[in-house]
Design a binder for this molecule. Sequence first.
Ligand code: FAD
Ligand code: DLZ
Ligand code: SF4
Length: 521
Amino acid sequence: MLRALPANGEGRAMTGTLRPVLGDQLTHGLASLADLAEGDVVLMAEVGDETTYVPHHPQKIALILSAMRHFAAELRERGVTVDYVPLDDPENSHSLSGELARAVARHRPERIIATEPGEWRVWERMGDWESDLDLPVEIRDDDRFYCSRSDFAALTAGNKTGRMEYFYREMRRRSGLLMEGDGPAGGTWNFDKQNRKRLPKGLDLPHRMRFRPDAVTQEVLTLVADRFGGNFGDLDGFGWAVTRADALRALRHFISDALPCFGDYQDAMKAGEDFLFHGLISPYLNIGLLTAAEVCERAEAAWRDGQAPLNAVEGFVRQILGWREFVRGIYWTEMPGYADSNFLNAGRDLPWMYWGGETDMRCMAEVIGTTRRNAYAHHIQRLMVTGNFALLAGIAPRQIEEWYLAVYADAFDWVELPNVHGMVMHADGGRLGSKPYAASGAYIDRMSDYCGRCRYDLKQKTGPDACPFNYLYWNFLIENEDKLRDNRRMSLIYGNLAKKDPEERAAIMRSARAFLDGDDW
Ligand code: FAD
Ligand code: DLZ
Ligand code: SF4
C-alpha cells in the first residue's frame, strides 16, 4: 500500500524543487525529471477530478493508477524521494492543483518544475500555479514527441491547407526514418495502396501477449471495481502492461509476431478477433512507458534486418511519425476554439447502444463489444464503424467525443479530440482531413465479415430491412449538400447523387427518418 507523506509540513527542511508528474508522464527521461537533484521531491497524485472528468472505462483507470504506482516504486528504487497521494487518502483534495498546493505546504519547495500536460484543461490550470502558489514555476516542453508545439506551429504557419501527408514527409526528412539519401526508402513515401487487403480465410493470427496482474495491480483492480465498477467496460481479463519492462516485451512481441502482416491487413476487421496484427501499444506510448522514437526506430530496424516488409513498416511508422504527431500539432495550434466548432451542425443525442444497449447492427455490436471487453478497438473500427455511424447519424460532436475519451485505454484529449472532432465528425470544416470519411455498408462489407450474419440486408438500399449505413450515407450527403458539394474531393460522390431521381432521394430520406426517429437502435 502506498502512503502519502504526513500532511503536516511544519518543522521540515525546505526542499529544493517540487516536480509534479502526471498519470500520462510516466517516463524516466521526462523533461522535468532531467536534472533531479538531492532534496528534490517528485509529487504524484491519484485524484478524483482526473478519474471522473469522463466516465472512463475501468481498465483505463486501472492501467493508469497501476502504472503510476509502479513508476513511483521505480523512482524510489533509484533513490528519488516520491510523495505519492493515493486515491483513498482521506486528506486528498481530489484535484491536481489542490494536491500541488498541499505538497507545497508539506515540502516548502523553492520552485516547481513540470512538463507540459496533454490537455488544454490542465494546461490552463498550470497557468495559475505561479500566482496561486507564489512560487516560480517552470513548465518544460514535452520532448517525448518528434515535433514540439512551437515547431509544428512554425512548420504549418500560413499553410492552413497543409495536410498530414506533407507534414509526414517533412518529419521523415527531419528524423531520417526510412530514408535512403534524400528520398524515401523504396522510392515512394506511402505504401497505402498495398495496405487494404481483406483477411483471407484460414490465415493464422498471432496469439497476443497479455500480462497477468501482479499484487500492485490486483490492489488497484479491487479499488477500481469498488469505485468505478458501474462505468461502461469490463474489468475482468485486464491484461495491459503497467511497467516499462512489460511494455517493451509487448513491443518486441508485436515487432516479431505481428508487424510483418500489419500493413497488408491494417484495415481489415473480423468478428471475434479483437486485435489482428495491430500494435496494441497506444496506451503505453500515451502514458509514457514507451517513446515514439524507440518504437519507430525498432520498427525500422526490423525492416533493415529483413524481418518485416517495407509496406508494413512504412504504414506503421506513418501512424506514429505522421498521424500521431500531426493530430497533436493540430490540437495545440487550434485549441481552445477547436472543440467548439460544429461545421455540419450535428446535434442528435448519442444513442444508448454506444454505452452497451442492444443493437441489431452486427458491425456496431462487434466494435462496441471489443471496446467493452478490452478498452480497445483498432483504427478502422473506430473510424469506419462507430465513427462513420456517428457522422452519418449527425450525433452532437461533444457527446461522441466524450464517448471516445471515456472508453479507450489510450484516450487523452490531445489525441482523441482531433481524431473524433476532425477526422470522424468533420466538425472542424476540414482543418484536419480534407473530406469526411463517410461510407455506406459496402465499405464495411468489403473490409470485414460482419455483414454475413447481420439482421439487416446489405443489398437493400432502403426500407426497414436495408442496411442502415446504406440510406444514412446518402441521406447524410443530401442533408449536407450545401456544405460539402463544393469540396473538390466530394465531386465524384455528388455527381452520383445528382443521378438519383427524386423518388429515390425521397425513399432514402424516408428510410433515414424512420430509422433515426424510431427505437431500433
Ligand atoms: P496500430 O494500428 O498498431 O498503430 C500504431 C500506432 O500508431 C498506435 O499505437 C498509435 O500510437 C498511432 N496511431 C495510429 N493512428 C493514429 C491516429 N489517427 N492518431 C494518433 N495516433 C495514431 N489513438 C490514441 O492513441 N488515442 C485516442 O484517443 C484515439 N482516438 C481515436 C478516435 C478515433 C475516432 C479514431 C478514428 C482514431 C483514434 N485513435 C486514437 C487512433 C488509433 O485508432 C489508435 O491509436 C490505435 O487504434 C491504437 O491501437 P494500436 O496501438 O493497436 O495501433
Ligand atoms: C487519465 C488519468 C486518470 C484516470 N487518473 C489520473 C490521476 O489520478 N492522476 C494523474 O496525475 N493523472 C491521471 N490521469 C491522467 C491525466 O488526466 C492527464 O495527465 C491529464 O489529462 C493531462 O494529459
Ligand atoms: Fe453493419 Fe450494414 Fe453490414 Fe449489418 S449489413 S453489419 S448494419 S454494414
